[in-house]
Design a protein around this ligand. Structure first.
Ligand code: E4P
Length: 221
């Protein structure tokens, strides 16, 4: 499972890329607003350091979404255009996909919706696990069911587990067979954490220092 960052903050992406663990980025209008930066400028900067950044259309009508999607796709070859799982969004996605633009269908909450995304030739479908958990449904079960339906139907659309809220969600998404998991920077950092790693590394360094201190001082002949 590839690890994506769900952020519009360049510095977070840069850190994840420097660690060698981040393959892509997803953004949405809420994250853009939170980052408080110019959308185009931010997406272009991010695209210079990762192979893909999903940028979402905010128009409401299909024709406007098509125009906006073309504009987003022209920003950089690494832009994936995100459209909502609505009739207008899918109609626009179909046209854009037909033009060769990679489409990420967002706001997916069911297997049936994921089948619609596949039908328009989406490159990615994004089921929002955390938001399903929020309404007392099993979000990761839906992710697993979409993966299973796609495998049975030999559908190539990638399943991106979105709305990941904690490290356990990451493990569950991987075990469910998701192709990609997108998460906030705080969750990505938590993936490193294990008390035995921390304690083991501390002890290794202490023992190394002891051997250095115990070394006999070289004497001149
Ligand atoms: C994914 O593309 C979405 O931006 C994101 O995962 C939504 O997460 P949230 O439900 O925590 O806002």
């Amino acid at each position: 499972m590839k690890l994506f960052l769900d952020t519009a903050i360049y510095e977070e992406v840069e850190q994840g890329v420097t660690w060698g663990i981040v393959d892509g980025v997803t953004t949405n209008p809420t994250l853009i607003a939170k980052a408080g930066m110019d959308h185009e400028e931010q997406v272009k900067r991010i695209c210079q350091i990762v192979g893909n950044d999903s940028a979402e259309v905010v128009s409401e009508k299909m024709d406007d979404m098509i125009v906006e999607g073309r504009r987003l796709a022209a920003w950089h070859k690494n832009v994936i255009v995100k459209v909502p799982l609505t009739p207008e969004g899918l109609g626009a996605g179909k046209v854009l996909a037909g033009e060769g633009t990679r489409i990420n269908v967002t706001l997916c909450f069911s297997v049936n919706q994921a089948l619609l995304a596949a039908a328009i030739g989406a490159y990615i479908v994004s089921p929002f696990a955390g938001r399903l958990d929020d309404i007392n449904e099993d979000g990761m079960r839906v992710v697993a069911d979409i993966v299973s339906a796609y495998r049975q139907q030999e559908i190539k659309t990638k399943v991106l587990a979105a709305s990941i809220r904690n490290p356990m969600h990451v493990t569950q998404a991987a075990l469910a067979g998701a192709d990609i998991g997108t998460m906030p920077f705080a969750v990505l950092k938590m993936l490193f954490d294990h008390p035995l790693t921390e304690a083991g590394q501390k002890k290794f360094l202490e023992d190394y220092r002891k051997t250095q201190e115990a070394k006999p001082v070289a004497t001149k002949r």
